[in-house]
Design a protein around this ligand. Structure first.
Ligand SMILES: Cc1cc2nc3c(=O)[nH]c(=O)nc-3n(C[C@H](O)[C@H](O)[C@H](O)COP(=O)(O)O)c2cc1C
Length: 332
């Protein structure tokens, strides 16, 4: 099926293809409703029970418009967002590029989203029974000194409609955002979030787990120091990795575009980050691996290297939605 659809989608401008996909999945979800996750190897982390280890990465359904549609693909968890306190348009178009020869994408969306309140009204009382995460960020015009206020605002609003929150300090497309993630500063954002979490529960009335999503562009020592800082406080999992600013060995002419690179060119880097993190963390914190997972065997190898869960984005664009069920079957 996807072999027929893919050439048609790839003939469109990538943002148009994305919008059409979301629209189709939204329509499918409204017509057929939500579906429970496909049973696979179940995973228990952060007090949450995942029916299988395969999840949807943040950024594909930023505004949570197509949760029911995505649920039908079998995922054990869906992460929507990134959302910010106030709606914002993101960067001017074009802002997403296909690197077809490299099986990658470059995007510089810049957190275009309808704001956390719109997301909350869409997710409120949602029938999806799988694990639902909300990925939160800061508005572009909020300076870094006040960034924690944006994260706490989103946290308080989104907590009652989701199962976990991801703090995104790793997008390369919001100027200065990654500066929040060095070992000296990361707790300036994370501590206020953890303090606010104490008075909140998730949509199941249980403790709200907080995950932190990191970039792949750290030197190994810096990544180790950030992870040590995070392990000194009560976060529940780390998500590794977001897109990269590196541009190694690309064949596609679109490789010169500014933004975050994802897909196959990220596989090696993201796998390396997982290896480093696994050795530093030594079982003390669950790791969710994302970045260049393009096949069932990529899923298997990330889990074998110590990830508890994996997430997909660019692999879905190149391999199609069938990758989800194949990966669930392949990781039992
Ligand atoms: C077009 C696009 C938009 C993205 N938007 C977000 C986002 O809003 N928040 C976020 O945390 N990650 C975002 N990501 C990063 C993905 O969640 C994922 O971490 C990254 O793409 C690496 O995985 P992949 O190689 O499987 O795509 C985005 C990625 C792409 C390609």
């Amino acid at each position: 099926m996807y072999s027929v659809l893919k050439p048609a989608l790839f003939a469109l401008d990538p943002e148009r293809a994305h919008d059409l996909t979301i629209h189709s999945l939204r329509t499918l979800g409204s017509a057929l409703g939500s579906r429970p996750p496909m049973a696979g190897r179940s995973v228990q982390i952060a007090g949450l029970q995942f029916a299988n280890p395969i999840g949807l990465a943040a950024g594909l359904d930023k505004d949570g418009e197509a949760v029911s549609g995505f649920s039908r693909l079998g995922f054990g968890h869906l992460e929507v967002g990134t959302v910010t306190p106030r709606p914002q348009p993101g960067n001017p178009q074009p802002r997403v590029f296909r690197l077809t020869e490299d099986r990658g994408l470059i995007n510089r969306f810049g957190f275009n989203n309808a704001g956390v309140e719109a997301l909350v009204s869409r997710l409120d009382g949602h029938p999806y029974t799988g694990i639902l995460g909300v990925n939160i960020g800061k508005n572009k015009d909020t300076d870094n000194a006040s960034a924690h206020e944006d994260y706490v605002f989103c946290l308080k609003h989104a907590a009652p409609v989701c199962d976990y929150i991801t703090v995104n300090v790793s997008s390369p497309n919001t100027p200065g955002l990654r500066d929040l993630a060095d070992a000296e500063r990361i707790l300036d954002v994370i501590k206020p979030v953890l303090d606010a979490r104490v008075n909140l529960s998730n949509r199941r009335g249980a403790r709200l787990p907080i995950f932190v999503k990191l970039a792949p562009d750290f030197a190994d020592d810096d990544l180790a120091r950030v992870l040590e800082a995070l392990m000194a406080v009560e976060i529940d999992a780390v998500i590794l990795t977001n897109t990269t600013l590196a541009r190694d060995g690309l064949k596609s002419p679109q490789g010169v575009e500014v933004g975050g690179l994802s897909g196959a060119p990220l596989t090696k880097r993201s796998t390396h980050c997982l290896r480093v993190a696994d050795s530093v963390i030594a079982g003390r914190l669950p790791i969710i691996s994302v970045g260049g997972i393009m096949s069932v065997s990529d899923c298997q190898s990330r889990l074998a290297l110590g990830a508890s869960l994996v997430q997909l984005y660019t692999g879905l664009i190149y391999q199609g939605p069938g990758l989800v069920k194949a990966a669930i079957r392949g990781t039992v």
